[in-house]
Design a protein around this ligand. Sequence first.
Ligand SMILES: C[S@@+](CC[C@H](N)C(=O)[O-])C[C@H]1O[C@@H](n2cnc3c(N)ncnc32)[C@H](O)[C@@H]1O
Length: 217
Amino acid sequence: MMIDERISTFLYSLETPECPLLEEIEQRALEERVPIIRKETQSFLKVLMQIVSPRNILELGTAVGFSALVMERYAPEDCHITTIENYEKRIPVARENFRRAGKEDRITLVEGDALEVMQGLEGPFDLIFMDAAKAQYIYYLPEALRLLRDGGVLVSDNVLQEGDILESRFAVERRDRTIHKRMREYLYQLKHDERLLTSILPLGDGLAVSVKKGSKL
Ligand SMILES: C[S@@+](CC[C@H](N)C(=O)[O-])C[C@H]1O[C@@H](n2cnc3c(N)ncnc32)[C@H](O)[C@@H]1O
């Protein structure tokens, strides 16, 4: 928990229910310990869908399709989402969830490693939601920049690692040190790459929101 627990509880209490199918998919994912976007990240993405009005979205890390369905619901009607997942146990569940929601024509699930799939894609995308392997974000970035249109938005989830990002590498468990190091490098890149303008928000597990600058800036 990165912000005061009372504030989180208060903000949660203000949330309104989603459509029954999304509520059911979320509940099942939580019961089965499938990692999905948190309530506060859901709210943020919904607002962002309405602000950006993306026609073409790329998501890295489908899991069971929850965040793709949330984005689809709040994006314009003609929006298309391409989402990538490599864990074979989750792929049929996601496909079934897209079918139940009647969104198979709006959401394309591509099976495979996110980086390899990205390398074979042609953009431009209006928005990229990065939510796959955290230690790979730094390697996804060049492809994300190639695929994003000027003015397009890159949203990266879990960038503050429950606050661990602040700790010295020696205070982080040995098995988490690679992620810790690479996530710090990633955040540095997001803030220092001249093609990007980035705001890092302590929302959920930390959300970085970047815009690919147009020629004026
Ligand atoms: C945090 S979950 C995604 C949650 C989903 N975006 C949601 O909120 O509903 C991350 C997913 O990325 C997948 N993943 C991890 N590494 C990957 C890779 N290299 N290529 C594709 N998917 C990957 C995992 O199997 C996992 O299902």
